[in-house]
Write a protein that binds this ligand. Structure first.
Ligand code: ADE
Length: 240
């Protein structure tokens, strides 16, 4: 897949696109990222991309012309265009999978106080990464690109995303590594037992318990599998 990012600050993306899992995935060709400088499309002789808001008020608003010309230069029939905005729909793992399946994702990053509202009708979706306000859409676009690129075939070892938090609507079970005893803080004995059936059962139970405690909202809408129900019943009986 290809991700095109329209931004006034392409340099912000340089390190993330070179580093760690994402850097390797891009070097291997699992995905391609294109950065487009919106300012290159301004027809303003001072290269301005923003102006004061009609009706008055603080801050600057990004103008239609450079943004929409930048968008037209990269958009094709199969492109899916999202605009980063705190007023958008919330990004989650389901959306990451949806975008990961697209051939071409275009991410439009706003800056300043916002975008001219007329731009909204030219994009497919407004997307937010959470209920807080960032100074611009760039960090949000990085979050989305990371979540989408790591899902591309070849980015990670086969099967390594399957048991992660949010993949089955639950948080992931706790993980431990050496040493088994860290200053008296012990790794749960079951994980050292070599009994794979018991380890699986323990992990499912921990995943359920952790989700209930940390994310009651997810737990409330979770559709329990037969196996999960059996494990919960057994744990309840043992606790009697
Ligand atoms: N731009 C500013 N804040 C944002 C947010 N929370 N999500 C996406 N884009 C944004």
């Amino acid at each position: 897949m290809k991700i095109t990012i329209l931004t006034l600050f392409p340099e912000m993306f340089e390190d993330m696109l070179k580093t760690s899992v994402i850097g390797r995935a891009l070097a291997k060709g699992c995905a391609e990222v294109e950065l487009v400088q919106i300012r290159d499309f301004t027809k303003d002789k001072h290269r301005h991309v923003d102006d004061t808001p009609f009706g008055g008020g603080k801050g600057m608003v990004m103008k239609c012309q450079p943004v929409l010309d930048a968008l037209s230069s990269v958009r094709t029939e199969g492109s899916h265009v999202i605009m980063m905005s705190p007023a958008g729909v919330k990004f989650d793992q389901q959306k990451a999978h949806e975008y990961a399946g697209k051939d071409h994702l275009i991410i439009l990053c706003g800056h300043y106080e916002g975008m001219d509202y007329r731009i909204n009708s030219h994009v497919d979706e407004l997307v937010s990464i959470g209920d807080y306000v960032l100074t611009g859409g760039e960090l949000a676009a990085m979050v989305i690109s990371d979540a989408v690129i790591r899902l591309q075939k070849g980015s990670l070892a086969e099967g390594s995303t399957e048991e992660e938090s949010h993949e089955n609507g639950l948080l992931e079970y706790p993980q431990y590594t050496q040493p088994a005893d860290y200053e008296g803080d012990l790794v749960p004995a079951v994980l050292l037992s070599g009994n794979h059936a018991k380890i699986r059962e323990w992990r499912i139970l921990q995943s359920l318990k952790l989700t209930e405690k940390m994310r009651p909202d997810l737990y409330a809408k979770h559709e329990f599998t037969e196996e999960e129900l059996k494990i919960l019943k057994k744990a309840a009986k043992e606790a009697e």
